[in-house]
Ligand binder design. Structure first.
Ligand code: FES
Length: 168
């Protein structure tokens, strides 16, 4: 017989500690994963997405550009379509605006309001924005349209993640 016999009390204690630890790890792991997820996804942030628009085709008239990107939601990856309104401003700089209305999130169009052909128009509650994305006072939106950072690569327009306009 071995001298290192495990008493019934010790056996119960080891077993309960083991099972308890296993259960605690099972509960904590998803929480830890959730907490550090943005860090793990860090390499994605700031990524630019290619659009099919050649920068030489961009002029002063806003044009709607659709682009595809992959979106990862936990373990599920899907292909999404994004949209930007793209034009050159008076300084010749490329501007890419988000089409998402800052009132309640409908999609704005360019020049579809007959009385204001040089503005973005949101048909949901008649929201309007100037060409540079500034919300027109007296209409429902209370902030300018978000702006995509842009860059050019191999002659094509790339856009980053839309963000609120600086200074707005
Ligand atoms: S959602 Fe655009 S005006 Fe209300």
């Amino acid at each position: 017989m071995s001298k290192h016999r495990v008493s019934r009390r010790q056996f119960l204690s080891y077993t309960l500690t083991g099972v308890g630890g296993f259960m605690a790890a099972g509960m904590l792991m998803p929480m830890v994963r959730f907490a550090v997820d943005p860090v793990l996804k860090g390499e994605d942030t700031g990524d630019f997405i290619a659009t099919p628009l050649k920068t030489t085709d961009i002029n002063t008239e806003p044009q709607k550009v659709n682009f595809k990107f992959k979106q990862k939601d936990a373990w599920y990856e899907s292909e999404e379509t994004g949209t930007a309104w793209v034009f050159k401003n008076e300084a010749g700089e490329i501007v890419a605006l988000s089409p998402v209305c800052k009132h309640l999130g409908c999609i704005v169009d360019w020049g579809t309001d007959k009385e204001h052909p040089e503005q973005f128009f949101c048909p949901c509650h008649y929201g309007r924005y100037e060409k540079d994305g500034t919300n027109v006072p007296g209409t429902p939106p209370l902030a300018p349209l978000d702006v995509y950072p842009t860059k050019e690569k191999d002659g094509f327009l790339y856009v980053g993640k839309a963000e609120p306009r600086k200074g707005a």
